[in-house]
Ligand binder design. Structure first.
Ligand SMILES: *[C@@H]1O[C@H](CO)[C@@H](O)[C@H](O)[C@H]1NC(C)=O
Ligand SMILES: *[C@@H]1O[C@H](CO)[C@@H](O)[C@H](O)[C@H]1NC(C)=O
Ligand SMILES: *[C@@H]1O[C@H](CO)[C@@H](O)[C@H](O)[C@H]1NC(C)=O
Length: 303
């Protein structure tokens, strides 16, 4: 099960190589330029994606398909409940935005069977949680903050259920979920959005879709790799640190647990890393850990 989850991660985060680049153009975004309408449309962009993800998979895989994948009958039932939740999130955010609401695009997901779907579900829910945590501090209106918090905790329940009950892996990564900023989250979402499929009326979100990043066997790969003043930025829980990249993409990362994220930046100082200097990613670093491992807060520091 872990092997298939890891494989799905690699597929999911390598998919930007296959799916052509997304809907927006590069812009310099500072936190102050992001208003609540933009944040709600960003959330709605993710919810449209999740809604399509569950709706289409359930349409494709019936009870017999889940059964022959080795899942008990209740697994598909719970996924159906999750699908209802995502549809409700779309309706609530669309209602709050009214005429300003972005519409759904067309999506493509690299699952091939209920197992790879469940593995990808755990990743998508993880990214969803990280997106809401990362956006929380930018939300101005307290009413929206309550709604976003209510969605966030529900997505976290989805993630924990899929990861542990279904995929038989760890339900969490550690004491703190990882906040991920707008553009890195958008970069993940964009790789599942079919090129050119969003209605023109949507307009572009003011976020950057960074080039794809892969990490395997201690090496990163991305377009523009030189190893000159390039750093892997590692995010887990509330920790961020940077690690220099060699000319061949080699990088020495500390041990992490569960799901951590990495990007590549030209900035060495972890505090100063962000949209202005990120040049690729994110990618997921997945390190499953068993029930008997200690799982403290991460304490890694920049190299
Ligand atoms: C982006 O905007 C910030 C704040 O105005 C500025 O400090 C930074 O230099 C800009 N970056 C680029 C790449 O234009
Ligand atoms: C895909 O996106 C790229 C970049 O925005 C664009 O140049 C290209 O024409 C698009 N291709 C299709 C088939 O829409
Ligand atoms: C990193 O940047 C922060 C914010 O500017 C600064 O306070 C800190 O001293 C810098 N750290 C190093 C090691 O240069």
């Amino acid at each position: 099960m872990r092997t298939s989850a890891a494989a799905a991660l690699a597929i999911a985060f390598g998919a930007a190589n296959v799916v052509a680049s997304p809907v927006t153009k590069r812009q310099n975004t500072t936190a102050s330029s992001i208003d609540d309408t933009t944040i709600l449309n960003y959330a709605l962009t993710l919810e449209h994606l999740e809604n399509a993800f569950y709706r289409d998979a359930l349409a494709q895989f019936d009870a017999a398909a889940f059964e022959s994948a080795g899942f008990p009958a209740w697994v598909r039932g719970r996924f159906s409940q999750i699908a209802e939740h995502e549809a409700s999130h779309v309706a609530v955010l669309s209602g709050a935005l009214g005429d300003a609401a972005v519409q759904a695009c067309e999506y493509t997901f690299p699952y091939t069977d209920p197992k790879s779907f469940a593995a990808l579900s755990a990743v998508i829910e993880n990214v969803g949680v990280s997106a809401y945590v990362g956006a929380a501090a930018s939300i101005m209106d307290k009413t929206y903050l309550t709604v976003a918090g209510s969605i966030l905790t529900t997505e976290a329940r989805h993630q924990a259920w899929v990861s542990s009950a279904v995929n038989q892996a760890e339900p969490w990564s550690g004491p703190y979920d990882t906040p991920v900023a707008f553009s890195p989250v958008y970069s993940v979402a964009a790789q599942f959005i079919k090129n050119g499929s969003c209605p023109a009326s949507n307009g572009a979100l003011p976020f950057t879709a960074f080039p794809a990043l892969t990490y395997m066997d201690g090496k990163v790969a991305f377009e523009g790799l030189s190893g000159q003043n390039q750093y892997v930025v590692l995010y887990q829980g509330l920790n961020i640190a940077t690690y220099p990249i060699g000319a061949d993409g080699s990088v020495s990362l500390p041990e992490t647990q569960g799901i951590a994220y990495i990007t590549v930046s030209t900035e060495k100082n972890a505090t100063l890393t962000g949209d202005d200097n990120i040049i690729a990613g994110p990618a997921v670093v997945a390190n499953p850990f068993d029930a008997y491992a200690s799982n403290p807060a991460p304490t890694f520091t920049s190299a």
